[in-house]
Design a protein. Sequence first.
Length: 416
Amino acid sequence: MTGQTDHTVAPDKEFNFTLEAVILLVLSVFMLLFGVLLFPIHTGDLPYAPDSTYGLFLVIVALQVITMGKTPFGDVRRSWLVIITGIAAAVIGMAACFVPGALSGLVRTLVGVILTAGGAVLLSRLVFSRDKAAAWLKIPGLLRHLTLACALVYLMAFLLGLVTLLPALTSDTLTAVLLIIDGASLFYLAWCIQALAMGERKKAAPVPAPKVQPAGKRPPFLVRDAPLPLTTTLLIFLGVLLAFLAILLVPVNLGTLPFSPDGQLGLLLVIMAIQVLAMGETPVGQFRRSRALVIIGIAFVALGVFSCIVPGILTDRLRVMLGLLNLAGGIIPLALRLSPVIRQMRNPPAVPVPIPPHLKNLLVTQTVLNIVGILFGSSMLLPGLIPGMVTAAILFCNGLLLFVLAYILSTLPAAE
């Protein structure tokens, strides 16, 4: 997964999922599938990888923090400090996914504390805050559903956090039941939030202009708002993921670190699924978020979650699938971009049309990303063809190029 799709705009007629609803849906699939799989895991019929399971959960939560400023303890202003903290948490989750055994205690404790403390804080705010449950329950309709959904999600988070920190408190069977209830509650909450968001869009309320901080009173950099759009944020997140993976592959190829290909493939698939569900962005281009595309996105989530929880079963199939997707994601956009250039070279216009420098930089960066994607896809399909150290270098270049692409997109003039 290289994230090198063209900067195009999808049609308006689509499933307009909000990012918050998308991440809640992803967490719902995670909890439901984890709960269902825990039954055969308990009986020994399936293997289990706790590190990549907890690591994937931590990465999803960190992505929610980075993109929206929504933490497990409530909403905060999305400052640069929040972004950096979220990226640090994501790196810990990635390390747990990629390197089994290295961070087992740390990542389990982090997930347990996040669930327990976050659930307790949010549930107490919901109950005791005058403008939340007490006010919402007086209004019939969606707000009552939202109150019930929030209460269920927060309570299940608290209970699952206790089970994570103190597994001797309960049995695997009861834990599986709690996970399934939590997954259903998250799906319920995602539906409520999406329905409320659609209602707000129909009202077409004017968006207030952002406040401009006076030049002489600007706060320190870390506490300033981070005005990063979703596309740029995801590119930076992917850049960190691929660069970090490349760095880890160096000691892995030297034989000094263990490595979990299932955790790697599962994490890449889940991040790809979030892009599909949130923006309709796939490795081969951006599409309208139709019913079929939403189903594909949810299927990607399920496959990625399964790979992280249950190692060794889907490894080869997912490697081939991701390899083909990276190949297609490199070849198809590259061909679409180069074909008009070739036609123009064969039939040059009477008056050459100059390309603005920022667009030229964008085209060059996307072209190089396409080529890197083709190399990465080839290395996944034919593991012995490209040496491991070369694959690490390819991934590192891919990560750096995503940072460059994020910077270029941030400098493009706003579309009118």
